[in-house]
Design a protein around this ligand. Structure first.
Ligand code: SF4
Length: 366
């Protein structure tokens, strides 16, 4: 994997006071640095209108985020939601998967790192303390890959150590990278799940070109297993093409023949879905990609997705292949309706409460 190395760094004035800033600049000693005003920074926040497309990913922006870090996952609102939370302290990703929604969702192409990390920690600590009987599963992989930029940010070490001390909090670091060096030697106390977003080898090669191969992701997972971490996998997005059955079945086997199935707490499945305007970005940036040429219908949050019989066929097959290799693993669907859950799993008990309890149990018991 090509490590992220910016050509220039823009630092918001207030961010100079933060330890994160000095640590990051210390790791990038030969990169040009400039201080910028708030007015240059604000339009880059995720909520801003998409106007700052001129900056590219070679620009790293260090800024303080004044908003709330902890949010419900975007999947909330689907009939059967797994009740997941996200915290985002990095926005954007240099791995450039063709289907990545960040290219249409974020207002800036620059890679943005939030330097007021203490605010994030305080917010999570306070929220969890207010609901001590509830289990919180919290991930960092919503607006960036959790580990692809970690060699520069070093956030994983801080987060893993922080979550180790939370009785009711579990951290999920979701990645396609093999940047796991910072996870070595940490006293994680079973409160961190390192999970990989995986795909068939063909999709890894054609649509996730800059990310490590499936073999390399699994080698990194094996190392994390040796360090005692719980593991997770996300087949997301599942992509339908001629021969998908053979390729995905092979990927499932490769995962569970490489790793101890009992160390894997969960596997999620999510068929390809994206906002309609993403198609223009994909056609322009990745003319070779096959992503825009499937047949789609609008679904949850107006995103385009495959027709329901295709999704259910994919889920049914994947569930049976996964459970044949790892009967104790918890499998769940991402952003799907109750009828799709029911038809895919062949059972009635697919309520949001049931799914939440299954995942809470999985994360606490391994
Ligand atoms: S690894 Fe994830 S965040 Fe990064 S480009 Fe690919 S889909 Fe987007």
């Amino acid at each position: 994997m090509i490590p992220y190395k910016p050509e220039r760094i823009l630092v918001q004035k207030e961010s100079w006071q933060d330890t994160v800033t000095s640590e990051i600049l210390g790791r990038l000693p030969d990169v040009e640095v400039r201080t910028v005003k708030d007015s240059e920074i604000r339009p880059m926040e995720p909520s801003a209108v998409s106007t700052v497309q001129s900056r590219n990913k070679n620009t790293l922006v260090l800024m303080r985020y004044p908003g709330s870090f902890l949010k419900r996952c975007q999947g909330s609102g689907a009939d059967t939601c797994c009740n997941y939370y996200v915290v985002s302290c990095v926005w954007n990703c240099h791995l450039d998967c063709t289907y990545c929604v960040l290219q249409s969702y974020l207002s800036s192409r620059a890679l943005i790192v939030c330097t007021n990390f203490e605010d994030l920690i305080n917010e999570v600590r306070e929220t969890l303390a207010n609901s001590p009987k509830r289990i919180f599963r919290i991930g960092t992989g919503e607006l960036a890959d959790s580990l692809a930029q970690d060699p520069i940010t070093g956030f994983s070490r801080r987060l893993v150590s922080f979550f180790a001390g939370l009785a009711n909090g579990f951290l999920e670091l979701k990645t396609k990278s093999d940047c796991i060096a910072n996870l070595e030697g940490l006293d994680h106390r079973g409160h961190t799940i390192v999970s990989w977003s995986v795909n068939s080898k063909r999709i890894c090669r054609t649509e996730e070109e800059k990310a490590p191969t499936l073999e390399k992701r699994l080698a990194a997972a094996l190392q994390c297993q040796k360090w005692g971490y719980k593991l997770g996998f996300h087949f997301d997005p599942l992509i339908y093409y001629d021969g998908w059955e053979r390729d995905y079945r092979e990927a499932v086997k490769e995962i569970f023949h490489t790793l101890d199935p009992d160390r894997v707490v969960w596997v999620s499945l999510g068929a390809l879905r994206f906002p309609p305007h993403l198609i223009d970005y994909v056609k322009e940036r990745f003319p070779e990609s096959k992503i825009p040429y499937g047949e789609f219908i609008p679904g949850h949050h107006g995103k385009l997705r495959y027709f329901r019989p295709i999704r259910e066929e994919m889920y049914r097959n994947m569930i049976s292949w996964i459970l044949a290799e790892a009967p104790r693993v918890t499998v769940y669907l991402c952003m799907e309706s109750f009828p799709v859950w029911k038809n895919s799993f062949g059972r009635e008990s697919c309520s949001a409460t049931f799914v939440r309890d299954q995942l809470d149990k999985a994360v606490c018991s391994r």
